[in-house]
Design a protein around this ligand. Structure first.
Ligand code: SF4
Length: 188
């Protein structure tokens, strides 16, 4: 008869494995079920509407279609447009009312850094008031850029990455200007 050996499981290792798998599952579920709270204040709102239209379908296919107009039912705050100093306390309060985990997307240059409004009435970027996870520059940003931002956020959620991310332009804007000038010269 062979010798019986007792095998003991390392509790810390097994729970670590289960926790890692559970975190991955939660990350996957969260990134595909975002409930947005649109805080729309200015002209970027027009591009926000274009984003959600059937042409771009920029939220439904990413699991972020349903808007919630109660912060307690939302986990993704979209800050769309310029934020005036008088709106800052309202934005902060909405953010604080949202449940954890929660994320913030700055839609456009004004929300990201204040844009060209260099004056005492405008907040120079929402990160002066609340934490921001993804910045989408552009005045206004194209829907494709916002989709890039949403995908970047999904990736961060899945990996549990808390560092802020910035959407880079798909092409160098300066190169676009040069090409436009060349096209005009060719037509002469
Ligand atoms: S980034 Fe441009 S389009 Fe968007 S709110 Fe500011 S001025 Fe308007």
């Amino acid at each position: 008869m062979g010798e019986l050996k007792s095998v003991t499981l390392d509790a810390s290792e097994s729970s670590g494995f289960a926790t890692t798998k559970l975190d991955a599952l939660l990350g996957w579920a969260r990134k595909w079920s975002l409930f947005k709270y649109p805080f729309v204040t200015a002209c970027c709102g027009m591009e926000f509407m274009a984003l959600t239209s059937p042409r771009f379908d920029g939220s439904a296919r990413f699991g972020a279609e349903a808007p919630r107009f109660s912060p307690r039912q939302s986990d993704l705050l979209w800050v769309v447009g310029t934020i005036a100093q008088r709106q800052a306390p309202v934005l902060k309060r909405i953010y604080e009312q949202m449940m954890e985990p929660k994320w913030v997307l700055a839609f456009g240059t004004c929300a990201s850094c204040g844009g060209f409004y260099d004056n005492y009435t405008t907040v120079p970027g929402i990160d002066k008031i609340i934490p921001c996870d993804v910045y989408v520059p552009g005045c206004p940003p194209r829907p494709e850029a916002v989709i890039d931002g949403l995908m970047l956020l999904q990736d961060k959620i899945a990996r549990g990455d808390k560092r802020p991310g910035i959407v880079k332009p798909r092409e160098d804007p300066a190169a676009g200007v040069v090409r436009l000038r060349r096209n005009k010269e060719d037509r002469r």
